[in-house]
Design a protein. Structure first.
Length: 390
């Protein structure tokens, strides 16, 4: 990619008057000129390569604006630099090298431990990454943990059967899926259980939030058997599951109480997760867990609050994973020797990222400033590339 930073600084140094408004007008004119010039190059550049060049330009703008605003550049030096590069032709022959911004992000982005972590799958969706550690596997092999797990699995299987007797179909539909998934994830080998402990925690929270949501309902109406018996049994299962999950180091990391966050960020997280599920960018099992947690996350109660905090970090993790996939696609285009057709998964990710751009900016607010700025610049470049394709 081209190093646009000295060119941007040189252009800024020649502005008179040099106001923020004048600089942003300059950047906008430069964006349009760059887009036209990249499109006119022979041989033609790939769409992904064009996006990389525009990405590099946005990074140069960010750096130049920050340096100028903080007075970190000498204006006299900039004027000399402007004269030296006035007839620079680097843009006419952009160097063929891997996008440094994507590489930097892939090496520095770390998904939060207290949210579901994602990885791309072969079918073009995002599934939950395994969260188990060596310490979790050792815990799963502990005789006491094994004994408790066996009892919890028995209780959960029994509840799946009893839930089928519920005549209240709304209550049945809200319980049956998380119960079935709980049974599925708590079974299997010790290594499998350790790997799934993060998902088990999410299902435990989903069931607990649903029980919390029934507290008000019970004050307004009287549940009769079998509804009352099933709800009581679910309460018992949730109460017994919490201490067992917290035996695992990963379970304790998920269970750490989160600080109260603004409702706007919570809304951004839930909307983004639901949008990704509707776009079929989540693997079916991951989408089912997300739906279970979000179903009662807007109710009062400790489990619903845990679910909201989980949703925020999970949505942030998903956004990071999506951008890293776009980065890998960019590098694949960069290294290709012939024409490469755009991958459908990359197009779908671009659409969802742009649709939820403002929400992603909110979700990334907890990240360090430099990483957040790079992610903002990546999204700017994606938007600019999509505008050219329109």
């Amino acid at each position: 990619m081209t190093d646009f930073y000295p060119m941007v600084l040189a252009a800024v140094s020649k502005l008179d008057p040099n106001t923020e408004e004048a600089r942003w007008a300059l950047y906008q004119r430069a964006r349009a000129a760059l887009a036209d010039r990249l499109r006119d190059l022979e041989p033609p550049l790939s769409e992904q390569r064009i996006m990389e060049e525009r990405l590099a330009f946005e990074e140069a703008v960010r750096r130049a604006e920050a340096d100028w605003a903080r007075g970190l550049v000498e204006h006299e030096l900039l004027s000399k630099l402007a004269d030296a590069i006035e007839h620079d032709v680097l843009l006419a022959d952009p160097p063929q090298r891997t996008g440094q911004t994507w590489i930097h992000l892939s090496g520095t982005l770390r998904q939060a431990r207290s949210g579901a972590r994602f990885e791309p799958t072969e079918d073009g969706t995002f599934g939950f990454a395994t969260t188990g550690t060596e310490a979790d596997r050792a815990t799963a092999a502990d005789p006491l943990a094994r004994s408790i797990r066996s009892e919890l699995e028995y209780k959960a299987r029994d509840l799946v059967g009893r839930a089928s007797q519920i005549s209240d179909r709304a209550l049945w539909s809200s319980l049956i899926d998380p119960l079935r998934m709980f049974v599925e994830h708590i079974g299997g080998s010790e290594a499998e259980v350790a790997a799934r402990i993060g998902t088990l925690w999410a299902l435990y929270v989903a069931l607990g939030a649903h029980i919390d949501s029934q507290e008000d309902a019970e004050s307004r109406e009287i549940f009769v058997p079998p509804e009352a018996d099933v709800l009581r049994a679910v309460r018992d299962l949730v109460a017994a599951s919490g201490p067992w999950i917290r035996m695992f180091p990963t379970g304790r990391a998920f269970d750490d109480p989160g600080r109260s966050l603004p409702s706007a960020i919570i809304d951004a997280a839930t909307t983004f997760l639901r949008g990704a599920a509707q776009a079929r960018l989540l693997r079916d099992d991951a989408a089912a867990v997300v739906r279970a947690v979000l179903k009662d996350a807007d109710h009062p109660g400790p489990f619903a609050e845990k679910g909201r905090n989980w949703a925020i970090l999970t949505a942030s993790n998903l956004g990071m994973s999506m951008l890293l996939v776009l980065g890998a696609t960019a590098r694949a285009y960069e290294n290709a020797t012939g024409a490469v057709e755009p991958l459908e998964i990359a197009r779908r990710i671009e659409r969802i990222v742009l649709q939820h751009e403002a929400r992603l900016r909110q979700l990334f607010a907890h990240l360090p400033d430099d990483i957040r700025d790079e992610l903002r610049m990546v999204i700017d470049a994606i938007r600019a590339s999509a505008a050219d394709d329109a």
